[in-house]
Ligand binder design. Structure first.
Ligand code: ADP
Ligand code: ZN
Ligand code: ZN
Length: 830
C-alpha cells in the first residue's frame, strides 16, 4: 500500500473475486489477521481524498444512529456521478476454438465484427436479457473462448471545450478597444475614404468581445462568447490572428444556471425585526466561529430557529448572515426542499452571490453534478444550495449551515440510510464547530420545543415586510353547504371569490392533496371496491388515461364496465382528485384559463418549469395543484387561494397528522397576496372546529403549538420522547405475523430480564416501551405483507442499540431471508 494514502481516499480493492470501490477509513499498524488474509489495494481513485475527516466522522455517526452500515452512509454522501461504475467487457481470445450453440456462435460473431463489447451491449445485440447472457458468457470463458474483463471507470468526467483568453496585458487590450471603437465610430466622419458598413460592425463586435473577456477576467467558452456578442466564430479567429486572444482547449464548467443572465441584487435595508434577528446571528453565531477564545471548544455551536411568517423576509436575513460568514473566509451550505428548488428560488442567491454559488439538485445531468461537486471540493464555490443530500457537500471551512423550511418532510430520506438532514446538519455543525440556522413559518414541533427549552435560540419575524397584510382566511363548513342544497365542490363563498378574482384579472391557486379523478371506485350492489392486487389500497381513477392507478406501486389497469364480483352495472366513482377539480372548474368557469400542476401533469422533462413560467406570465388564471403548489411559489398577482378539502390529511392515523396539515395549509395560504395586492384564502372543511383549522385561520402558530404540544405530551410522543419503528415485511402473511411476535418476545426478554439485558450494550435499566406489533397502516405493498412496531424512549441511542442488536441477532424462529427488517429512527410518517 502506498505510504501516502490519506484517510478518506477512495480505492479499488479485491473483494470476493471482484474489484470493489472502497474508502480508506482507518490505518492499522498491527492486526490479528493471518498474513494471507491481507490483500493489497489495487488502485487509488482519488487525488484529493473524497471524504474529509469531518465527513468520515459524520457518516460513522449516521451509521450508528440510523442503524445501517458505514459503507452505506459513506456512499450516500457522494453523488453517484462522482463515483466510478463497473464496466464488464467481453473480449475474444486469440486463436479460440469455434463454439457450438447458436447463441454462442452469434456472440462470437458480434465480438469478431466489433471487437470488445460490454455485457449490456452484447445482451442488446443478441436480444437476450443480461441475466440470461451471464451464464453463456461464463460457459464461453470456461472453454477459453472469451475473456471477461471487469474495470471501473468514472461515471462522469471533466469536459474540454474551446475557450478564448486574452493574449495581451489589460492595458494593451484597453488601447485596442479604444482604437476599435474609434474605427467603428468612423462611420460618422464624412471625410476620407468610407469603410464599408461591415467593417464598422466588425470593429464594434471586436471591441465588445475584448471588453467581455477583460471584464469577466476568466477564459470564456467560445460558444458562449459568440452567442453573448451575437456574432460568429470567424470574428474571434480574426482577433486570434491579430494576436489579441488565444483560442485553446480547456476544462469547461457545465453550469446549470448559465443560459439566462441573472440581475445582481444589493442587500436590502433590514426592518427592525430582521435587524434584531440578524444581530443575534452576528453576535452569537458568526463570532462563535471566529472568536475561539470566548467560546471554549467544549461548548456546542449555537442553533438558531428563525420563525417568520410567510413573506416576512427570512431569505434576506439568511443572505446577510451568509455575507458575514463568507467575509470571514468560510463557506455556507443552504438546504431547501427539493420541490421549492426552482430556478426562480435559486436565482435569488445567484443574484446576490454570483459565481461562488454551486447548485445541486436532482435535475442536474451527471456531468453538471460532477462539475458542481468538484468546484465545491476545490473551493471555487463557497456557497452550496441544494436539497437534503447537499448536507454532505465537500465544502472547505464550513462556516454555517442554513435549513430553509426546516419543517419540510423532504429532509427525511425514505431510503436507507433513513437520515434526517436537520439532525445530520446539526451533527456536521458540531464537528465543524459552526452554527446552524433553521428557518420556517411553521417550525417542526421538535425544533420549536427545543427553542422554547433554550436549546435553540429563537428569532422571530412576526409580520410580513413593508407592512403587507397576512391574507384573510375564511373557513367554510361544507356540512352547511350540503344542508343548503349545494352539492358542488365549490362553496358559495369560494365560487363568488373565484368569479370576483377572475373579473379583476388576478390569479387563483386551488389546492387539493389528491391526484387523479376519483379515489374510490366501488359497486353499489355488493360493495366491491377496486383495489390494487399488490398493495392494500384502493385504486384511483384517472380520467385522462381512463385507467385505474395504484398510487403506491404505480400499477395500472382498465376499468370494469360491470362489477367483477356480482356483475351489477352500478359501479360508482367517489372521492375527489385534482383531475376532477380541473373538470369542475372548466365547467363552472368556462372563460378561465385553467392548468393542473401535479405529478401527473409534470412528468415530461421541464413541464414543471414551463407551467410555472406560463403562470408567472399570467397566461393561466387558475392553477390547480397538490402540495407541489404549497412551497416557495412567489407570484405577486395571486390573490386567491382555495383549499378544496382541508381534511384529507387530518384523519391519517399518524401522530404528526395535525402538524403536517397545519403546516401544509399555512404554506398554501401563504401563496396569496404576497405583494401589494391583498390576498384572500378560502378553506373548505368538514371539521371547522378542529384546533388545527382554527389556528390556520388566525395565522396562529403559537396557538397551534400550545394545543399540539399538550396532545403530544399526553401520549408521550415526540418531542417528549424519541421513536423508532421496525417494519417486518415478507411475501407470506402468516410468516410475517409470526416473525413479528417472535421479535416482540425477544425484545421483551432483553428489556425485562436483567441477565440477557446486560448483553445489550448500555440498554440496562431502560424506559423503552414497545408498541405493537400490529399490521402497518398499509398492510400490503408491492406484494409484501407488513407488520410494524414502534419503540419509544427518552434516549434515541437506546432505541438504535436495541434495534441494531435485533438486526445482528434476529430470533432463531425467523427465517431471515424470507423476512426483511426495515428500521426507521425518528420517522416522519408512521
Ligand atoms: P420569506 O422567505 O420569509 O417567505 P422572502 O424572503 O421571500 O420572505 O421575502 C418576501 C419579499 O420581501 C421578497 O420579495 C423580498 O425581496 C422582500 N423583502 C425582504 N426583506 C425586505 C426588506 N427589509 N425591505 C423590503 N423588502 C424586503
Ligand atoms: Zn358488485
Ligand atoms: Zn399497488
Amino acid at each position: 500500500m502506498d505510504a501516502v494514502l490519506q484517510l478518506g481516499t477512495r480505492v479499488l480493492a479485491p473483494f470476493r473475486g471482484t474489484q470493489q470501490e472502497g474508502v480508506v477509513v482507518e490505518r492499522l499498524d498491527e492486526t490479528d489477521l493471518a498474513p494471507g488474509k491481507i490483500k493489497d489495494i489495487s488502485n487509488c481513485l482519488d487525488e484529493t481524498p473524497t471524504f474529509s475527516t469531518d465527513l468520515l466522522a459524520l457518516t460513522k455517526w449516521m451509521a450508528e444512529y440510523y442503524v445501517c452500515s458505514w459503507g452505506i452512509t459513506l456512499f450516500c454522501a457522494v453523488p453517484a456521478a462522482v463515483r466510478t461504475q463497473k464496466e464488464q467487457k467481453v473480449q475474444l481470445l486469440p486463436g479460440a476454438p469455434a463454439p457450438r450453440g447458436k447463441i454462442q456462435k452469434e456472440l462470437v460473431a458480434f465480438l469478431e465484427a466489433e471487437g470488445e463489447l460490454s455485457l449490456n451491449q452484447l445482451a442488446r445485440r443478441v436480444g437476450v436479457s443480461y441475466q440470461n447472457l451471464r451464464p453463456k458468457i461464463t460457459a464461453l470463458q470456461e472453454k477459453g473462448i472469451v475473456n471477461l474483463d471487469v474495470t471501473h471507470k468514472p461515471k462522469a468526467n471533466t469536459q474540454l471545450t474551446t475557450v478564448a483568453t486574452l493574449a495581451l496585458p489589460p492595458a494593451d487590450i484597453e488601447a485596442e478597444i479604444d482604437r476599435l471603437k474609434g474605427e467603428a465610430d468612423g462611420s460618422e466622419e464624412s471625410s476620407g475614404p468610407r469603410p464599408t458598413s461591415r467593417r464598422y460592425v466588425a470593429a464594434a463586435k471586436h471591441a465588445e468581445i475584448l471588453r467581455l473577456l477583460l471584464d469577466e477576467g476568466v477564459p470564456l467558452a467560445t460558444a458562449d462568447l459568440t452567442k453573448r456578442v451575437n456574432t460568429s466564430i470567424s470574428l474571434l479567429r480574426t482577433l486570434e490572428r491579430r494576436g489579441f486572444v488565444h483560442i485553446t482547449r480547456a476544462q469547461a464548467v457545465r453550469n446549470p444556471l448559465s443560459s439566462e443572465p441573472i440581475a445582481a441584487t444589493q442587500p436590502l435595508h433590514l426592518n427592525s425585526a430582521q435587524s434584531m434577528a440578524f444581530a443575534e446571528i452576528q453576535n452569537i453565531g458568526v463570532s462563535h466561529t471566529t472568536d475561539a477564545s470566548s467560546f471554549p471548544a467544549t461548548e456546542c455551536p449555537p442553533t438558531f430557529l428563525l420563525h417568520g411568517v410567510t413573506g416576512s423576509g427570512k431569505t434576506e436575513v439568511y443572505m446577510q448572515a451568509m455575507t458575514e460568514i463568507l467575509g470571514n473566509g468560510k463557506s455556507v451550505i443552504v438546504l431547501v426542499p427539493e420541490i421549492s428548488l426552482t430556478p426562480q428560488a435559486a436565482s435569488r442567491f445567484v443574484g446576490r452571490f454570483g459565481e461562488r454559488v454551486a447548485l445541486l439538485h436532482s435535475r442536474l445531468s451527471d456531468g453538471e453534478r460532477y462539475d458542481q461537486w468538484h468546484r465545491i471540493q476545490k473551493g471555487e464555490a463557497d456557497i452550496v444550495i441544494g436539497p437534503r443530500s447537499a448536507v454532505f457537500a465537500p465544502v472547505k471551512e464550513l462556516g454555517m449551515l442554513i435549513i430553509d423550511e426546516e419543517h419540510s418532510d423532504s429532509y427525511k430520506s425514505d431510503t436507507v440510510p433513513r437520515y434526517h438532514a436537520r439532525d445530520v446538519a446539526q451533527k456536521r455543525g458540531e464537528l465543524a464547530n459552526c452554527p446552524v440556522l433553521l428557518g420556517s413559518a411553521t417550525p417542526s414541533l421538535e425544533s420549536f420545543h427545543r427553542a422554547k427549552n433554550g436549546d435553540y435560540r429563537l428569532l422571530s419575524l412576526p409580520d410580513r415586510v413593508l407592512g403587507r397584510k397576512m391574507p384573510d382566511v375564511h373557513i367554510v363548513d361544507m356540512r352547511t353547504e350540503l344542508k343548503k342544497g349545494n352539492r358542488t365542490i365549490f362553496s358559495d363563498i369560494l365560487r363568488s371569490s373565484i368569479e370576483a378574482c377572475l373579473e379583476r384579472r388576478e390569479q387563483i391557486i386551488l389546492f387539493l392533496n389528491r391526484r387523479g379523478h376519483s379515489t374510490h371506485v366501488f359497486c353499489r350492489t355488493c360493495g366491491y371496491v377496486e383495489r390494487c392486487e399488490n398493495c392494500s389500497i384502493s385504486l384511483t381513477f384517472h380520467f385522462e388515461t381512463k385507467r385505474l392507478v395504484c398510487h403506491h406501486c404505480g400499477d395500472k389497469r382498465p376499468t370494469h364496465p360491470t362489477c367483477p364480483q356480482c356483475s351489477s352495472p352500478a359501479i360508482r366513482y367517489f372521492g375527489l382528485g385534482t383531475e376532477a377539480v380541473e373538470q369542475e372548474v372548466r365547467k363552472a368557469f368556462p372563460q378561465a384559463r385553467v392548468k393542473r400542476f401535479d405529478a401527473d401533469s409534470t412528468t415530461r422533462k421541464n413541464a414543471h418549469q414551463q407551467i410555472l413560467e406560463t403562470f408567472e406570465q399570467q397566461k393561466i388564471d387558475v392553477l390547480i395543484g397538490t402540495q407541489m403548489v404549497s412551497k416557495g411559489l412567489d407570484f405577486p398577482n395571486v390573490t386567491l387561494v382555495g383549499v378544496i378539502a382541508a381534511d384529507t390529511s387530518l384523519n391519517f392515523p399518524d401522530f404528526r397528522a395535525s402538524e403536517q396539515t397545519f403546516s401544509l395549509l399555512t404554506q398554501v395560504a401563504g401563496r396569496s397576496g404576497r405583494a401589494e395586492l391583498e390576498g384572500k384564502v378560502v378553506i373548505q372543511t368538514y371539521m371547522p372546529e378542529h384546533y388545527c383549522i382554527a389556528a390556520v385561520q388566525k395565522h396562529d402558530y403559537l396557538g397551534f403549538y400550545a394545543q399540539e404540544v399538550e396532545a403530544r405530551g399526553a401520549l408521550r410522543y415526540p418531542p417528549f420522547s424519541h421513536v423508532g419503528t421496525l417494519l417486518l415485511r415478507g411475501k407470506d402473511e402468516k410468516q410475517v405475523e409470526e416473525a413479528a411476535h417472535a421479535v416482540r418476545d425477544q425484545l421483551q426478554i432483553w428489556l425485562t430480564d436483567p441477565a440477557p439485558a446486560a448483553q445489550v450494550p448500555d440498554v440496562g435499566e431502560t424506559d423503552v416501551e414497545i408498541l405493537g406489533p400490529a399490521p402497518a397502516p398499509l398492510s400490503k405493498i408491492e406484494g409484501k405483507f407488513r407488520w410494524h412496531f414502534l419503540l419509544r424512549s427518552n434516549s434515541v441511542e437506546r432505541i438504535s442499540q436495541l434495534l441494531k442488536h435485533l438486526a445482528d441477532e434476529p430470533p432463531v424462529a425467523i427465517k431471515s431471508n424470507a423476512i426483511e427488517f426495515v428500521i426507521d429512527i425518528d420517522p416522519t410518517n408512521i
